[in-house]
Ligand binder design. Structure first.
Ligand code: HSE
Length: 317
């Protein structure tokens, strides 16, 4: 791909931001993105970095800090045309990510986010704003990291989706799989946190809110009217080791009229019953294809970075 000249501003240089920087640097030549550069990074901890050097991750790991700058002013003053929003998840107000995304879109910048807050809670407003400004607001990384999920539908023009069902949270699936193998809940949760799968506040994972935000995002994309606040949500706190051994999974489901998240015991011949550990899977039932499936990692540094790279290529295409 030969691309037009583009500059990227990264908001948030934690796991996902660093993963994206690393992946972009390694893949840009093979993708033909010679005219695209990461021109700016802003992070609460590391400060404001202009034209980051190739070894920026090593620099900050060794303690280097850059001058602090407010994120909104950075967006307003930046000449980047693409903003990558990788800050933390807030499923109550979507802030500060919502303001970051809105500011960038208002200025006519494309936005890529892996943040479920603005995507689940403010989808309609932000999508309409992006459309008005003639830019893209993309969020592949919010559902199953880089593993194809709702974006599979781009390959099925005209297909009408009847229902979506999935195991879409790596942390809870990791915990349930570990419980199936005899580990206790808290040990398994601690491992999922250490492996970087869990949200900063793991209650979002354990109590089903993370999964609920994902099925809400899919519903928004499909034009279904489910809102996050109205979803029936039950997490995995009450799942017993016996139920975990009997293939209980945290299942998200939506069709046009209903949407929920709850632990369900799946039969052995259900494809979703074989989804283990941090793996996620989605089943999409369409009028033309019947049921199709995608399975793969739903969390992780490079896996989430892949999603942002996928969105970047979509913007530049
Ligand atoms: N905490 C999430 C999970 C990260 O465990 O799946 C990816 O959304």
């Amino acid at each position: 791909m030969t691309s037009k000249k583009s500059k990227i501003l990264i908001l948030g240089f934690g796991t996902v931001g660093q993963g994206f920087f690393d992946l972009f640097s390694r893949k840009k030549d093979s993708l033909g993105l010679n005219n695209v550069s990461i021109s700016e990074i802003v992070d609460m901890k590391y400060g404001h970095i202009i034209n980051p050097k190739q070894d920026i991750i090593r620099e900050i790991a060794s303690g280097k800090i850059f001058p602090q700058k407010d994120v909104i002013s950075t967006i307003k003053e930046s000449d980047a045309d693409i903003v990558c929003e990788f800050t933390w998840l807030n499923l109550k107000t979507a802030e500060p990510a919502y303001s970051h995304v809105r500011t960038a879109l208002e200025l006519g910048k494309h936005v890529i986010t892996t943040n479920k807050g603005p995507s689940a809670l403010k989808y309609k407003e932000l999508t309409e704003l992006a459309k008005k400004k003639g830019v893209k607001f993309l969020m592949k990384g919010t559902v199953m990291a880089g593993t194809p999920s709702f974006n599979i539908l781009d390959l099925l023009p005209g297909a009408e989706v009847k229902s979506v069902r999935g195991v879409m949270n790596g942390t809870t699936n990791y915990i349930l799989t570990s419980m199936e193998q005899g580990k206790n809940f808290s040990v398994a949760l601690k491992e999922a946190q250490e492996l970087g799968y869990a949200e900063a506040d793991p209650t979002n994972d354990v109590d089903g809110y993370d999964t609920a935000s994902k099925i809400t995002i899919i519903s928004h994309i499909l034009g279904w009217k489910h809102e996050f606040a109205d979803l029936k949500i039950e997490g995995i706190r009450n799942v017993t080791p016996e139920q975990a051994k009997a293939k209980t999974k945290l299942v998200a489901y939506a069709d046009r009229s209903t949407a929920y998240v709850r632990p369900m015991q799946l039969s052995k011949d259900d494809i979703l019953s074989g989804v283990s550990g941090v793996m996620n899977a989605i089943e999409i039932e369409t009028d033309t294809m019947g049921k199709i499936y995608s399975m793969g990692p739903g969390a992780g540094k490079i896996q989430t970075a892949q999603a942002a790279l996928t969105d970047l290529v979509t913007i530049l295409r």
